[in-house]
Design a binder for this molecule. Structure first.
Ligand SMILES: *Cc1c(COP(=O)(O)O)cnc(C)c1O
Length: 458
């Protein structure tokens, strides 16, 4: 059922990649303490660690970079970006930032106080971190279907409106300086949010006078999912759907490393003029002058061009089609994934694939190591290594609901042959999956341990 759409581009610059031999891979893994974050990129054949900043820019983007204006203040590059921002988002004001998390930091610095709450469908980890760093409390109010891997709800990223109403009633609207929603829901499998749900969320926030900010990293992929799946949107362009999305909100944060297909950059956009003054002051302190915000002029031009390219429907059909191809083929060969395939990544259900390895012995880690050993492929564990934590009262480990590994797909980088190679590698892993063993941790820091933890095989 899965068709691979022909790439709507041809390749005119290449970057060689190489599969090193099995013994060298084994040694590299040992050196890295059985943690793929410790590998050198040149030791990896197909790198699916993230889709952030790893996309291939187009010749239009590269040529726009040559025209970048590096003036400190009032550069032409800034005004070209402002034009694209105005056309697509329609927000009255914006500042560029060096990444998405910088936009989150500034938003939290100017709006969030100690002990206040920020609801969302699901916050991404950097958003959650920035909220907590200011003494705030993030709340994840996604629909329950999101936690059922086999459930093919078309908009599994939707906020649960009843949960949102109950949450506001419980903590009080005055304790919620702003509310959010993440499109698509990265932490929940790259799943989209429907326009109907976005409208309902906006209405609830408006009713309680809570400013509404969208985490818009994958706004274009979300718009295309709406076009494909939501009745009444099949004949709208993705640009129109994006405009309709942003018109519901009071502002947005974005990592341009996602749907603007650049290697670095982001923005914070908003409508409130008074707030914008505060944002500019904070930006000058942390990032740079408001017309460059911690980026080079050429980066602003790449973003301006990339924001438009990210909305191109031929590109989006290929992008979502490629991800779906990988996901549906894996299902066909009996590899359980979070269904339906999301926009930017496939999440493998390692817990179901390796039921003989208990969560305390990290089935996701075992699978990510096999993926590298058998195919030189790098994915990232999103299970008990990343998310288990000790109960503050009993000290007993609390494990997450699912033991996953994420295969994030860089934009316009890999071809069908690479996807087929990944699928073949899973076929090989399946042949002796019952013999695979778990791992134990030999070193781990207290927070965000998956980045630097060290392991040994059991
Ligand atoms: C990547 C990401 C961010 C953070 O952006 P950075 O550019 O990595 O700082 C925030 N939210 C979501 C949903 C993301 O995917």
């Amino acid at each position: 059922m899965a068709n691979y759409p022909p790439e709507p581009f041809r390749i005119k610059m290449v970057e060689p990649i190489k599969m090193i031999d099995r013994e060298t891979r084994e040694n590299a893994l040992k050196r890295a303490g059985y943690n793929v974050f410790g590998l050198r990129a040149e030791e990896v054949f197909i790198d699916l660690l993230t889709d952030s900043g790893t996309g291939a820019m187009s010749h239009h983007q590269w040529s726009a970079m040559i025209e970048g204006d590096e003036s400190y203040a009032g550069a032409n590059s800034y005004f070209r970006l402002a034009e694209a921002m105005d056309e697509i988002t329609g927000f009255r004001f914006f500042v560029p930032t060096h990444q998405g998390r910088a936009a989150e930091n500034i938003l939290c610095a100017v709006m969030l106080g100690d002990g206040q709450y920020i609801p969302s469908n699901m916050h991404f980890d950097t958003t959650e971190g920035n909220i907590r760093a200011r003494g705030g409390r993030p709340a994840n109010l996604v629909i329950d279907d999101a936690f059922d891997p086999g459930n093919r709800h078309p908009f599994k990223g939707n906020m649960d409106i009843d949960k949102l109403r109950a949450f506001i009633a419980e903590v009080g609207a005055e304790k919620i300086p702003f509310g959010m929603i993440t499109i698509t829901n990265n932490a929940g499998g790259g799943q989209p949010v429907s326009m109907e749900n976005l409208k309902a969320v906006a209405a609830v926030y408006a009713e309680h006078e809570i400013p509404f900010f969208i985490d818009a990293c994958r706004y274009a992929e979300n718009a295309y999912f709406i076009k494909l799946r939501e009745p009444g949107y099949e004949n709208k362009t993705t640009l129109e759907i994006a405009q309709e999305t942003f018109a519901l909100a009071d502002g947005a944060t974005m990592s341009a490393k996602k749907d603007a297909i650049v290697n670095i950059g982001g923005f914070l956009a908003l409508n409130d003029e008074e707030l914008f003054q505060k944002v500019k002051n904070e930006l000058i302190l942390r990032e740079g002058f408001p017309t460059y915000g911690g980026l080079a002029g050429r980066d602003l031009d790449a973003i301006a061009t990339g924001l438009r390219e990210g909305l191109d429907e031929d590109y989006l059909a290929y992008r979502l089609g490629q991800t779906a191809y990988l996901g549906e083929k894996l299902i066909e060969i009996g590899v359980p994934i979070v269904e339906p395939p999301g926009g930017h990544a496939i999440y493998i259900d390692a817990g179901s694939l390796l039921p003989h390895i208990p969560p305390s012995e990290f089935p996701g880690q075992a699978l990510s190591i096999q993926l590298y050993l058998k195919g030189g492929i790098r994915g990232v564990e999103m299970g008990s290594v990343a998310f288990a934590y000790p109960d503050p009262n009993t000290g007993e480990m609390i494990h997450p609901k699912m033991e996953l590994i994420r295969l994030a797909i860089p934009r316009r980088v890999y071809t069908q042959a690479h996807m087929d190679f990944i699928i073949k590698t899973f076929e090989k892993i399946k042949e002796n999956k019952d013999e695979l063993r778990g791992y134990r941790i030999t070193y781990a820091p207290e927070l965000l341990r998956h980045f630097t933890a060290q392991f040994e095989p059991i």
